[in-house]
Design a protein around this ligand. Sequence first.
Ligand code: CA
Ligand code: CA
Ligand code: CA
Length: 325
Amino acid sequence: MAQKTDTRERQRRTDDIYENTDAIRGGITMEIEELNTTRIQPPEHTGSDSVRIRRYRAAVVCLVLLCVLLLTAVIVLCVQVFTNIDLFQTKGKNIMEERDQLLTRNKNLLEERDQLLTRNKNLSEERDQLLTRNKNLTGERDQLLSKITGLSGDRDWLLNKNINLTNERDELISNNDNLIKQRDQLNQEINKMLKSLHEMDGWIYHEFSYYYMSSGQKSWTESRRYCTDRGGELIIIDNRKEQEFVNNISGGVDVWIGLTDSEEEGTWKWVDGSTLTSGFWGSGEPNGHRGENCALNNPSRYADYPCNEAFKWICEKSILPTILP
Ligand SMILES: [Ca+2]
Ligand SMILES: [Ca+2]
Ligand SMILES: [Ca+2]
């Protein structure tokens, strides 16, 4: 718009210059004609007329000179104007070319702007899609993290349970091994007992032990040897129930039992080495001191007697030590 306004202004100035030039030309022509008209009229020569004529001529000369100067100025001005017009035209042409270039550039810039807008729009859409996708992925990640946490808890619980089950399994395996060993021992013992049953005529079974009540009489030491030769020992009375059993099978006669203080006077020990804590001594017994170091069951009460005396005896063979380790 500014370029158009400048162009119109220049055009208007150019038109003014042409009009002024024409006006100046018209004025000069009229003055020349007046001079010619004056020159053509016949002069009337008087004194004052001569002076008036000289003045007139001087005025004419001045006027002519003035006209010449004016014409020269007009010509110079016209030359300058035309030169300026050419310059203006050249400049205007350059400006037009620049305007065209600017228009072309503006067009290109507009196209680039449109392309950039389109690209920006596409990028915005892609960004929105990426944001949406990122939001979805974040949600999925959170779900997976939550799931992983839950699975970790389950895994720890299962690991702990697995450890417990493994320990229980090892314990069961160990128990099973022990049971298998006990079973094998029992089988061996049963076989041994079945075998020995044929060799134990006269032995009586009672409360996990076999008992032998002798018919003959021997000293305490020989009685014990008889028992040990057959895998047993002189009887060890562990409790009142066994004491009653001894009284029953002895039939009220004196029998050697596996109790002696021969190692240390006054310290009565069973043949398995255990010390007698509370026994069933008869009234006043034991009373033999160093002369009586072996115990008789007499009957249902204990009494110390000289060991080389001959009496019946009772052997005992317990099966518990072989069954219970
Ligand atoms: Ca016993
Ligand atoms: Ca004694
Ligand atoms: Ca005695």
